[in-house]
Design a protein around this ligand. Structure first.
Ligand SMILES: [Cu+2]
Length: 275
């Protein structure tokens, strides 16, 4: 009798779990979405500023985030909201991937998104993380990115990722990249002359870049795009002025070659005074 009662109870408890099949149904649905919508999402790392662009993306399970490494020497390394500039143990890490002036290909690191929870990423080079070079895949909202950036800026230093993990490195043609490299003159991330950027851990180039680009980091939280655009234009006019002072008009008026004195006059006022 006791055995029979026990088996009845077992049967009852088993039949009392009919909700689980429903859960399985939703995961099956996810799998379908994954198969249909999987796409490559480019994220530019570095460039004229030490940034991720964009620094917040929404990715579905199965999507591929392709980090494309622009000027400088950067990493895409996973951390946490609580410790923004410290590598998550066993987390994603691209290792240092440099880009030098004149390169015709671009180093990439591609990772498959395997969940919908936020994935926190930072650059472990020098003080880049403290400058706000961080990003979130699938943030809960804009506030989370603000919190993450602020947290990163409040850290003293960054931890170094150990090995490449959670994705694959490769290269693409520069013409297919999602960015235009900074001009060689800018040297925003080009690295100092002579320093071999291939050297992985020490990453000395980053330190110098950091001092140059420190201000933009502060502006980043606001959404970045506008302030970043302002910088290049500010420096551009200055360069233009220099070229105008070179006075190309001198050459055009010079051919007459009558007298040295006249030449100099025409240079100062190219308004046909000599005639
Ligand atoms: Cu960096």
């Amino acid at each position: 009798m006791k055995l029979i009662v026990g088996s009845i109870l077992l049967a009852a408890s088993v039949s009392a779990v009919p909700t689980k099949p429903v859960m399985l149904g939703t995961s099956g649905l996810r799998a379908n979405l994954k198969a249909r919508q999987s796409k490559v999402i480019p994220v530019v790392v570095g460039g004229p500023q030490d940034t991720f662009n964009p620094n917040a993306i929404t990715a579905a399970v199965g999507d591929i985030v392709q980090f494309q490494f622009s000027n400088g020497n950067h990493t895409a390394t996973q951390s946490t909201l609580e410790a923004p500039c410290t590598p998550l143990e066993g987390g994603i890490n691209s290792g240092h991937i440099p880009f030098q002036d004149g390169q015709t290909d671009v180093g990439t690191f591609s990772m498959v998104v395997s969940g919908t929870d936020p994935i926190f990423m930072f650059c472990s080079t020098g003080p880049h993380c403290q400058e706000g070079q961080v990003m979130i895949i699938n943030p809960t909202g804009p506030q989370q990115l603000l919190d993450f950036v602020k947290g990163a800026q409040g850290t003293d230093k960054s931890g170094e990722g150990t090995a490449i993990a959670g994705g694959t490195t490769s290269k693409i043609q520069l013409t297919n990249a999602a960015f235009v490299p900074a001009p060689p003159e800018a040297a925003g991330g080009g690295g100092p002359p002579g320093a071999p950027p291939a050297a992985p851990p020490a990453a000395p180039p980053a330190a110098e870049n950091a001092t140059e680009t420190a201000p933009p980091a502060a502006e980043k939280p606001t959404e970045t795009a506008p302030p970043a655009a302002e910088r290049p234009t500010e420096s551009a006019p200055a360069a233009a002025e220099n070229t105008t002072t070179a006075a190309p008009a001198e050459n055009t008026t010079a051919p007459e070659g009558k007298g040295k004195g006249k030449k100099r006059d025409t240079n100062r006022s190219p308004v046909f005074l000599p005639f």
